[in-house]
Design a protein around this ligand. Sequence first.
Ligand SMILES: [Zn+2]
Length: 160
Amino acid sequence: MKAALLKPKSESRDGKHIVKSRIGIEGDCVYVEDFLDQVDRGEIPEVDAIIIDEAQFLTREQVDKFSDLVDFHNIPVLCYGLRTDFQGNAFPGSARLLELADQIVETSTVCWCGRKARFNARVMDGKIVREGEQVQLGGNESYTSLCRKHFKEGKVFKDT
Ligand SMILES: [Zn+2]
């Protein structure tokens, strides 16, 4: 099967035009913006599936366009991304995906306490960061997965 591998232009941590997985596999990708420009010109790519990484950075409009590819061109679209940002608010693109998706599969991550981690805390110098832009790339911050309770408490590690 031939799949198109895409990611939004705003996501540039992996370097240009590459999608990397945590197990080390990587592949060339095209930017969502360039792909949809092509679709807007009426050139529907001949692919069996579309795979989108970092889908939380999609806009609501882009998600709508991908749903059109599913409905009117029968191309399955698989999106991978985060539900919520570092403040626990849904990314606009993720919210739209939750509204439109035919199927949602939640990948479970575990907090340091063992509970299901559904929140992504932004961490700087070992402390949780509550304020800032939703998308902040290239800074010194990192992200850690926490359960709701420890996200609320700001307990990033067992001993903090
Ligand atoms: Zn916890």
